[in-house]
Design a protein around this ligand. Structure first.
Ligand code: ADP
Length: 256
């Protein structure tokens, strides 16, 4: 048998496995979500009717945990779907400034939004984006910034427009999420966007190591790119670079 047909067979086998994993993840996630929905339903019921502050505090804890669990299950399904190449974006022209303005209300659940400051340079040109996926991109970056920074420190989300290459290149929007925290060692930066990658120091925080993998895939699916910069002892900045009027070269970079 020729080498080419051997390779083709192997590629087909890998594709079949990837599809199988996606189907498995969808089945498992559905089976996990069903009892979770029951738990959330009962907790909401208690929240409406309970008077005792102690009971209400515990109900809040239950709802906080269930919403984190819902997110983790969603991440597992998304990772499998992205890997199988089965993610379709619903692109529409969007005003990212207005989008970020309303972001706080949409994603407030379970995040310490009071620590987040949003600064948007106005006016900005519209870009094509999938609103739901953009929520996910910003949500992942902000929740990491909150999770891996100093308690009570501020997280800044900024949106600016600039020209690449010192003013001569094309126009891009830069959506940056900036935190004050321990930062990330330079040798780890290139690995952050890999599937299941977590730094040694991240063990204390809840997570599967899928957030940045999914974020990168979603950013690239839009034709944008994502960059990570960090300074030890100071903090980190994750920037999504969005070309105005057309897609960027679909690559991601990590720079120290
Ligand atoms: P998770 O948060 O589930 O571990 P992610 O893919 O979101 O997975 O992030 C991968 C790793 O990158 C994290 O485990 C953490 O070590 C590191 N990381 C991500 N964001 C930051 C940040 N803002 N500051 C410091 N480290 C970060």
């Amino acid at each position: 048998r020729s080498m080419a047909s051997g390779l083709a067979t192997r590629r087909a086998a890998v594709e079949a496995l990837t599809e199988e994993r996606e189907t498995l993840m969808q089945t498992v996630s559905h089976d996990l979500r069903t009892p979770l929905t029951v738990v959330v339903g009962h907790a909401r019921m208690l929240q409406r009717h309970a008077q005792d502050p102690e009971v209400l505090r515990r109900v809040d804890a239950i709802l906080g945990s269930t919403s984190r669990m819902t997110r983790l299950i969603g991440d597992l399904v998304d990772a499998a779907r992205l890997e199988a190449g089965h993610l379709a974006l619903r692109l529409e022209p969007m005003d990212l400034g207005a989008f970020l303005g309303g972001w706080r209300d949409r994603l407030a659940c379970g995040l310490e939004v009071d620590r987040v400051r949003v600064e948007v340079a106005a006016p900005l040109p519209a870009v094509l984006a999938d609103a739901g996926r953009l929520d996910q991109i910003v949500g992942n970056l902000v929740s990491n910034a909150l999770k891996y920074s100093l308690p009570d420190s501020e997280v800044h989300v900024t949106l600016n427009v600039e020209r690449e290459g010192g003013g001569a290149g094309r126009q891009v929007l830069r959506l940056a999420v900036c935190d004050v925290g321990p930062g990330i060692p330079a040798e780890e930066l290139p690995r952050l966007f890999e599937r299941y990658y977590r730094s040694k120091d991240a063990a204390h925080a809840e997570g599967l190591g899928l957030g940045l993998f999914i974020t990168r895939k979603l950013v690239e699916a839009h034709g944008w790119r994502i960059e990570a910069r960090s300074e030890l002892g100071k903090g980190s900045v994750f920037t999504v670079v969005i070309p105005v009027g057309g897609a960027a070269s679909p690559s991601s970079t990590a720079v120290a």
